[in-house]
Design a protein around this ligand. Structure first.
Ligand SMILES: [Zn+2]
Length: 163
């Protein structure tokens, strides 16, 4: 994704209050992120264990959302809805995100199952197993990268559809 400055990120949030936006703690490696290897920027707040953030690029510019870890239990082997990784290299959790504007302030949220520390971008960059003889693993890898970018953008964009 196109690199963003910390102030770009802070200004991009679409479903947070001013207070929540000011409380955002950036990931410790923010200054050295490999942006080219990210389809979205996602991290858990180092100071707020139940809070995570996802930043994407939408047609009209960067758009960031705050998510909260949901109290609900996940199935024993859940799959991330964004990267759909089948090798389960990491935990997958339920997160909920507030819709934007009045709808979100009224308590409307959308739930999704995502990698616990937003590892999706690194998951989809791994070369997939050889599914059958002649299977184009590199093409499959590129397709997964494209799908992850689309799914993460769609989730963020849909949070503001209800306005
Ligand atoms: Zn994932």
């Amino acid at each position: 994704m196109t690199p963003l400055s910390a102030s770009d990120v802070r200004a991009s949030f679409i479903n947070t209050s001013l207070r929540e936006r000011k409380a955002v703690t950036f990931p410790p490696d923010f200054d050295t992120l490999a942006w080219a290897d990210l389809d979205y920027l996602g991290w858990r707040d180092p100071k707020l264990p139940d809070v995570g953030y996802v930043i994407t690029h939408l047609e009209d510019g960067p758009a960031g959302i705050m998510l909260r870890k949901s109290a609900g239990q996940t199935r024993s082997r859940p799959q991330c809805a964004w990267c759909e990784d089948v090798t389960l290299p990491n935990d997958v959790l339920y997160f909920t995100a507030k819709r934007t504007g009045p709808s979100g302030r009224a308590g409307n949220t959308v739930a999704t199952l995502v990698c616990a520390n937003f590892e999706c971008s690194s998951n989809v960059r791994k070369l997939p197993p050889l599914a059958y003889s002649g299977f184009d693993r590199e093409a499959a890898r590129l397709e997964r990268i494209a799908k992850l970018e689309l799914r993460s953008r769609t989730f963020v964009a849909d949070l503001r559809c209800a306005e």
